[in-house]
Design a protein around this ligand. Structure first.
Ligand code: ADP
Ligand code: ASP
Ligand code: MG
Length: 405
């Protein structure tokens, strides 16, 4: 019988205490058989990464980026050593592997790197002898041999990339919920578990605020055609399959609803309506790594001037305001800022072939007297910007409107 390679990933809550480390060890062992090779990726114990970030901030808001990564990557080291140590105490062959020991190579800036390669020679040797390697998620090294991290929630991407480089047959993401739901169950009691979801839908859902999977990891899975199962490490239940395969999908038009909090909107009134102005507005923002999300430009009535509205994260509002006000390349009449906004999105591949979805969404929101400020669409999603105070109401009415309750 052909042997099977399995990658298991455990998130922060799953390894959040010694009790949890013991439960996770049992889950790992439950997958073990003569024909199954297992590699494990772990996050830091819940809360640890946040504590480390706080410590760096208590030294400086401009804490050195290389030291920031060296600091943050310690969280995963602790969790992995505890899991491997526990498996050894139970009489099994296991050991922890830190990113530099493999190594896991990354590219890009500190704290926002991307995994480019994982050397698996030693892992494979160990697994061939029945060993269970426990590998630190979220981190790697760069070509200068400095430790790097790959963005918050990055252990998801570590697991997917490990599955790619091990040529694994399966990748299971163990978390604190038993799958991907139609919307975050913490915000809507009527949320339902999704059996199967396409990569593209999951990618939109996670990019638009559904925290359950990190967006980069879904992108990596799609590129490398790796099926992901999202499962709970707390209760034994069937999870959700994230896949590209079209086999046995339901004919649901809308698959899920996501929401973000703390968006901000900026409107620049009376800018010159000529080529190059939009680029001049956004260049300093791009140079300062400020992520611009929705953008709307009004049709200018006098053909000389126009208004530009765009959204960013509220935490970037002050910096953005300063950058626009000191930008000598643009002239405008007025600028206004609005925070405490939220983006609510409906997502589903069924939208491509079904007309009337936009109308149904707007009608449902209007019925609840929810004001829409900005709209953006793609082939498989419609997003609207609304006030933070309306999020729950908006998600609930859309959940009902699109038969997801
Ligand atoms: P982990 O620590 O295992 O990486 P996360 O906190 O990153 O776990 O992700 C799990 C959480 O994602 C859940 O507790 C849930 O509240 C949240 N979540 C947000 N949107 C969704 C959704 N659509 N389906 C499932 N969970 C979601
Ligand atoms: N520990 C890291 C974080 O909290 C990475 C992860 O959990 O995936 O963001
Ligand atoms: Mg996560």
């Amino acid at each position: 019988m052909k042997s099977k390679t399995l990658v298991l990933k455990f998130g922060g809550t799953s390894v959040g205490s010694i009790e949890r480390i013991k439960v996770v060890s049992k889950i790992i062992l439950s997958h073990k058989s003569k024909n199954t090779k297992i590699a494990v990726v772990s996050s830091a114990m819940s809360g640890v990464t946040n504590e480390l970030i706080k410590k760096s901030k208590s030294i400086s808001n401009n804490f050195d980026s290389a030291e920031y990564d060296a600091l943050l990557s310690t969280g995963e080291q602790v969790a992995c050593a505890l899991i491997a140590g526990n498996l050894k105490a139970l009489g099994h062959n296991s050991r922890s592997w830190l990113s530099w020991q493999l190594p896991i190579m990354t590219e890009g800036q500190h704290s926002n790197s991307r995994i480019s390669n994982i050397k698996t020679t030693e892992l494979k040797k160990f697994m061939n002898k029945g060993g269970i390697p426990i590998i630190t998620g979220f981190q790697g090294i760069n070509t200068n041999f400095r430790l790097t991290t790959i963005g918050r929630s990055g252990s998801d991407a570590s697991a997917i990339m490990l599955a790619k480089f091990l040529n694994a047959d399966e990748c299971i993401i163990y978390t604190d919920i038993d799958g991907v739901y139609t919307t975050d169950p913490r915000n809507n009691k009527k949320a339902k578990k999704i059996k199967k979801i396409f990569y593209d839908e999951m990618l939109e859902m996670s990019s638009l605020g559904s925290k359950v999977m990190q967006p980069t990891s879904v992108q990596d899975a799609k590129l490398n055609k790796i099926d992901i199962t999202v499962k709970s490490s707390f209760i034994r239940k069937k999870g959700t399959l994230i896949t590209g395969s079209k086999k046995s999908f339901s004919d649901q038009i809308i698959t899920g609803i996501s929401s973000t909090k703390d968006d901000a909107k900026i409107t620049i009134v009376g800018v010159k309506d000529k080529p190059g102005v939009a680029a001049a507005i956004f260049k300093p923002l791009s140079d300062n790594s400020i992520n611009v999300d929705m953008v709307v430009q009004n049709i200018s009535l006098n053909k000389k001037e126009t208004d530009i509205t765009f959204t960013i994260k509220a935490e970037d509002l002050r910096k953005t305001e300063k950058l626009i006000k000191k930008n000598k390349k643009i002239q405008f009449k007025k600028i206004s800022f609005d925070k405490n906004l939220s983006k609510v999105s409906i997502i589903g591949v069924g939208m491509i072939t079904t007309p009337g979805i936009t109308y149904r969404m707007f009608k449902a929101l209007a019925k609840k007297k929810i004001n829409i400020m900005v709209i953006s669409t793609s082939e498989i999603k419609i997003s609207v910007l609304i006030s933070n105070k309306d999020i729950k109401k908006a998600v609930a009415c859309l959940h009902t409107e699109f038969n997801l309750d």
